[in-house]
Design a protein. Sequence first.
Length: 306
Amino acid sequence: MQVAGAYLMVVLIWSTTPLAIHWSNSSLTFVSGITARMVLAALLCFGLLKIMRQPFIVHRRDWLVYTASALGLFPNMLLVYWAAQMIPSGLMSVIMGIYPFFVGIFSVVMLGENSFSRGRVMALFLAVFGLWVVHCDQATNGVKSFAGILVMVLACAIWGFSSVAVKKLGAAINPLRMGTGSLVVSMPFFVLSWFFIDGQLPTYIDEKSLLGVGYLVLAGSLIGHILWFFVLRACSVTSVSLITLITPIMALNWGALAGERISAQSVLGAGLIILALALYQGLLHRMWLSARLMYEVWRQRSQAQV
């Protein structure tokens, strides 16, 4: 039950994060929103680490691992927050769903692990085609929407590189230490970005921004991070891969409930990307094998009764 609860929480947090980012940008500039989130999350995680009497650094190599993990936050999250100004939250989550493809590509380059079968190559091309469909639709909304999608794809690539880099380093660091380390390393860069891009303290913060930042600090950067590593260790790779399929669908629904409008063409592109993810993870093949097995069992029972 604990694992199931953690799994559901990760799905819920991941699917609502893009909408919360939109909310945090309600009265804050994109750089102010992400900087406030990271500074507060870093202080909270570091304080929790001290309360639990866990060491921040055990080996000098930890700094290298934290730096690799921090790439998933900076510049990755800065790009995500910038893109949130241009495209709906539902599409943000769909595009972030292509993260496994970049993990596969960087695994080939950095780890020498070639996991691309013929089916996965087809899935990669299908995902690219789905992105093209979304791009064509958003391009009609202006250059900014098109740029937002390209920046989201770049953020996925950086996130994939960061994940594979951490795996290459072979780190065995617990989730709280890893989360705290990545936040502490990336926090100065967010503060410097805020200073040079914005440099002004907000004079007014509305309720949406307060709720968005507060939710992202507690749920996105603290609870979600710890639960993600807990689920990753407790569940099979197949079960974990379902998260990247479920969250985009849920995020589209959350965005629709919040009043975001997505055209039929964008929905088609999102559907192609989700289908590509299912194909990439081998879920369609497993469903086909399960259906064949069920049919064979039913046929044998029918013959036995005759």
